[in-house]
Every structure is written in C-alpha cells, then in structure tokens.
Design a protein around this ligand. Sequence first.
Ligand SMILES: Nc1ncnc2c1ncn2[C@@H]1O[C@H](COP(=O)(O)OP(=O)(O)OP(=O)(O)O)[C@@H](O)[C@H]1O
Ligand SMILES: [Mg+2]
Length: 507
Amino acid sequence: MIGKGPYIPAKQLNGIAEEMDWRLRVFDSLSYPTIIIKRDKTLLNANKKFYEIFALSPKDIIGRKCYDFFADENVPCHSNECPIHQVLKNKTGHYLTRHYNNRWEDRVFSPILDDHGEVAYIIESIRDVTRVKLLESELTSYKEFIGRVVESSASAIVAADRQGKIELMNRAAKDLFKVTNGDKDKIRYAKQLYHPGQAKEIMKMLRDESIGGKGKLPSTTVTLISADGEEIAAEMTAAIIYDDQGNEVATTAIYNDLREKLAVEQQLKEAQKQLAQSEKMASLGQLAAGVAHEINNPLTGILFNGSLILEKLEPDHPFRQDMEYIIEDADRCKDIVKSLLVYSRRTDSRKNIVQINELVEQSLKITRDPKTFGNIKVKKLLAGEMMLINVDTNKLNQVIINLVINAADAMEGKGVLTLKTYRDKGQKKVFLEVADTGPGISEANMTKIFDPFFTTKQVGKSTGLGLSIAYGIIEEHGGRISVKETGEGGTTFVIELPQYIPAESDI
Ligand SMILES: Nc1ncnc2c1ncn2[C@@H]1O[C@H](COP(=O)(O)OP(=O)(O)OP(=O)(O)O)[C@@H](O)[C@H]1O
Ligand SMILES: [Mg+2]
C-alpha cells in the first residue's frame, strides 16, 4: 500500500503546494506526521515528518484517495466508520485510534474552514502511541494478574478505603463472611466484620509503630462476625496502604479461618484427657483388684472366726456387743471389696438387650426413697424412639442409681433432677443424661471425682466408690461417662453407650 521513495520537500511540488507559501513551512515544521485531505478524500499533500517517518515521497501519496492509500480499497469506507465524513458533517475535529502492523496510532482529524465556514480541507495528524498502548496493555494484564491472584487466594482478603468502606472482597472473604451477591449491601463497612469497637482497636494497633512497624499488624487472633451474625475465630494480618506522599489511602486485611484448627486442637486435648483418665483408671483398677484380692482372704477368715466366737458367747457375755461390731465392720469391708472388684471388672457380666428408657424407669423405682428425694422434682425427657442397648442390667442399674443419688445428695432435698435419653443415629450411640440443679463440682475436684475413695461427703456415710464403679462398668460396656457441664446452675453427667442394632433392621 505505502510505496517508498526519496524525500522531496513539499514546496518543490506542484502549483498548489507553492500557493501555500509560508503555511507550508509551518506545515513542514509540525513534529507529528500530518497530511492534508480534500473534501473528495483526495490526498493533497503531507508534511516533512510524514515522509520521513513512513519513508515515502510525495508521488506516493499526492492525488491518491485516502481509502486507497490507507485501506487499500477502491471504494470509500462506510460513512459510519469514515472520520472525514464525520468532520465534513459536524465541522468539528474527530479522533480515532488505529492499530495495524503492531503499531498504534492516534489520528486527529481537524477541519480547515473557508471564509464561509465550510470545510475546505481536512488536516490529519498521526501520533504513534504504540509505546503508551503497550504500557497500557502491560498494566492491564498486570492488574488482571493481580486481580486473579487476589481472587483465587485461599485466604480471605478485604480492602477498605480511608472511610472504612469495603472496596474489595475476594471470593474466600465472601465465603468466610457468607456474603452472597444478593446481600452485598449487608456488609458495606469494615467495622461490620467485627464486634463493636474492635475495628477501631485494630486501626489503633495498625498505626502504632511499636506493633509490627508503621502501618503493619502482624498475625493476630480476632473474632469476626459473618453476614448472618455467626462468630468466626480467625487469624488476621493487616496493613495500611499509603500514597507517595505518605498519606493513608486504604487498609487491607488477610484472614484465615481458625475454626477447624481450633476444633481439631480441642478434640486432641479431649482425647489426651480421655487417655490420661483411662490410663489412671487402668492402674487404679489394677491396684484396687490387687488390694481387694489380698484383703478378701483375711476378711473371710475374720468373718468366719468372728461368727464362730459369737456363736460360742453367752447372750449376756460382756464381749458379745463388741464382737457384733467387729462382724458388722468386717461385713462393711466385704461390701467395699465387692465394689472394688466390680470397679476393676473382676465380676462376670450377664448381658441382656433392653430399652434404655425401661432401665431408667427401673433404676428410678429402686432409688426413689422419699427421704433422699424430699422436695426434688423429677423431670423425665425420655426419647420416644426405640433405643436398645446390650448390657448387664444389674450393673447399669447400679450406675444410674449412683448418679441419681449423687444428684439428690448435691441438691440437698430440693431442686430438679432431669433424666434425658436420646441417640445419635449416625454414630449408633445412645445417650443418658442425669442433670441436677445442685451447686456444681469445683474445678479442683473435677480431676478426682472418678478416683476410687474420693468423696466430699461425710466419712462413714460414703465410700467415694460410686463414680469409680460407674466408670468401670461403662467402660466395660464400650461406652463413656463424663461430666457434660457443671457450674452454679448444676451438674450434668452423660453416659454414652453403643446402640444395639438388631440384624436386618433399620432402627
Ligand atoms: N451431681 C453431683 N454434684 C456435685 N458433686 C458431685 C456430684 N456427683 C458427684 N459429685 C462429687 O464427686 C464425689 C465422688 O462421687 P462418688 O459417687 O464417687 O462418691 P460419693 O457419692 O461421695 O460416695 P458413694 O457414691 O461411694 O456413696 C462426691 O463426693 C461429690 O463431691
Ligand atoms: Mg456416689
């Protein structure tokens, strides 16, 4: 399209060029390649810069139609696309950007008006903006790249302006704060992401140079609030963004959800506690079994020989009463030994399949001694569904009775005793909760209550074996017993047992 040739100054050309005298010098001195076009789209002439830049000579352009020269077409371009048409129509300048052969040009079309205000010629200046355009496109792709990095980050990223208005929230942040496009307006300000007053505290720390340096907040644990009001434990780092003059323009914060990590840590702690408890119980169980076994024989001897002596004593013998006391106390020791053997699982089990609710009712019937219960109200929240367990009913009754008596003791004759049963279908587990409205268990005692012989009750009245026996029995049944909660409002013990599922049943 554009043919090459030696440069010939414009003034040496045809007559028309000469008519233009000094204007030609102005034209030639323009530093942008410029071309003059007639109304009929014929190229009249170009300036020195034009010939220089495109390495052309006047014969390459003069007299040619603009569409032939620029677009290599035989017919004019469509009027909508033709800038000359626009200039002729509006009598004002027109502007367009053209891209060809890896070159970007800004082309400015200006009308030269005659004495009657009509367009006589059109002057077209061409400015090479390739460098600017390349920088612009580099910047755009860089921005897009940064945008994609931010958007695809697994960490939640939020940026806010100086007024705290949220300007950016990446996908992870929208997920974390449960912001859907529908309720974007619910969270508009950064302060809505925290409890009242906390955003201010964070800004204070950010500006405090002694914490992480100027405008920086190192990793901090915070509680965030989602769009639906849920609290989220998260780890946060934040920064203030400054302009070149050092003015604050925005803040950014990166959050990582800690809930799962904390839950796992909690589970681990719980498991460690359980393990420590079972290890302690196992060694205490061994000790108890050993002691019980060793004491059992001499005790049998004391009882046997004591009874023999008693039989031989006359009814009014002065030692008779003392002998009776000896036998009574030895009997009590025998009971303790029996309990210790139960605790250390040295007794046989006879298992039956029973409904847990029936077992609860049965235990309550056995326990209900008006003297123990006084004004205690019994509330039963027994699940209506079938919940079978395969257990030694005598031993289980013993556990429930122990818990019920403990609860009654704690309430000292008044309060509410609640017995609740439920199940976890997925885990195939059955639960029984025994709750009281007593004074609760102190933190110091919490680690000891399952130990054999630990009691806070009157010596002689209680042996402190109730919970340790319960622990042994429940463990023997593959279950767990623990304190679900305790405090001023009372104590809740929970027993968890494997659910018995009959074959070919979907219960
Ligand atoms: N529901 C409860 N509320 C408050 N404290 C309790 C409760 N259950 C148990 N405890 C505490 O745990 C201790 C140990 O209980 P455990 O049943 O093992 O023994 P005990 O009741 O003291 O004696 P025993 O059961 O042998 O008669 C109790 O002495 C009491 O301090
Ligand atoms: Mg007890």
